[in-house]
Design a protein around this ligand. Structure first.
Ligand SMILES: O=C(O)CCC(=O)C(=O)O
Ligand SMILES: [Fe+2]
Length: 297
């Protein structure tokens, strides 16, 4: 069923919240709407929210880097995004990293800070970093969804910037509301990741908020021959390995910051360049030989 924006807004207004997720003691607090059915659904719901992974100064610097370093593109439901990761064909279930040039320079410090602050991120290899902007004047929001599990792994890490918001989780009619303060990190994994849809309602955003989401690849992609190249390239260029001294921009730059000629060569133009050069050299030698012969005559 496809709902119009006004129908979605009406449903969102009517939605009852059964539980609030209490950040500081990591448990659900019933709001009075809960009953035995919702209790059973919520029994194994768990999240990890960590306050103040950044201080205000670090947050301001990060927002400056985001705005200075990347190009915003319009996304759904009034959001704008900057996406660093593979191209994902959601219908075809194909992944390509041919144009992936790495995360922007600020990503490494942020990722390391988040890994230090949050438990349970051992072995997390970020394959995508997505920055979203929710501007309240555009009525930005994100509708209920579950992040695609064929491409993304169990853990999703979201850093909230500039404004607090609440994210709702829903499963079979049971709704949990989670407060996300600015500068906090949220790790969605386990049941909350696999079975609960999440959303941010229009009505629960008062001022502009940014979020930075890190995703790891689904484990089955690592053994999938069809995606072997893409997986290797993501592993080499995202965050995991240190940049070789001569090509720091490959890890940290992203295509926009790389000189056009380099970008072209690495995007597949290199082979054509070699062929072009060979043709040109052959033409020059033929022309020179002809000229010599003419001179000799
Ligand atoms: O912006 C957020 O906090 C949530 C983003 C999200 O759920 C998504 O991109 O799938
Ligand atoms: Fe999501």
């Amino acid at each position: 069923m496809v709902l119009s924006p006004s129908e979605i807004a009406a449903r969102q207004r009517d939605e009852r919240v059964d539980y609030e997720w209490s950040i500081d003691d990591a448990r659900l607090v019933g709001t009075g709407g809960a009953d035995a059915r919702t209790d059973a659904r919520a029994a194994r719901f768990a999240l990890h929210v960590v306050r103040d992974v950044l201080d205000e100064q670090a947050e301001a610097a990060l927002v400056r880097s985001i705005n200075a370093g990347g190009e915003w593109t319009p996304s759904q439901s009034g959001r704008r995004k900057q996406d660093f990761g593979p191209k994902v064909g959601f219908k075809s279930r194909r992944l390509s990293a041919a144009h992936f040039g790495g995360f922007p320079p600020y990503a490494r410090a942020l990722f390391e800070r988040v890994c230090e602050a949050c438990a349970g991120l051992d072995g997390f290899e970020a394959a995508e970093m997505a920055v979203l902007e929710y501007e309240e004047s555009r009525g930005a929001c994100i509708d209920y969804h579950i992040d695609d599990a064929w491409v993304w792994g169990d853990r999703i890490v979201i850093v909230s910037l500039l404004a607090p918001c609440s994210m709702r989780f829903r499963r079979g009619g049971c709704v949990v509301r989670v407060q996300l303060p600015a500068r906090s990190a949220l790790v969605i994994s386990g049941e909350a990741r696999a079975f609960w849809e999440h959303a941010i309602l229009r009505s629960e955003l008062r001022t502009t908020r940014l979020s930075v989401t890190f995703r790891e690849l689904a484990p089955q992609l690592h053994g999938d021959r069809q995606h072997a190249r893409a997986v290797r390239r993501l592993g080499e260029l995202a965050l995991r390995r240190r940049a070789p001294a001569t090509s720091a921009h490959r890890v940290c730059g992203g295509w926009r910051r790389v000189p056009a000629a380099w970008r072209w060569a690495h995007a597949g133009g290199g082979r054509s360049a070699v062929v072009g050069l060979c043709v040109a050299l052959t033409c020059i030698s033929v022309a020179t030989a002809l000229a010599k012969r003419r001179g000799a005559c």
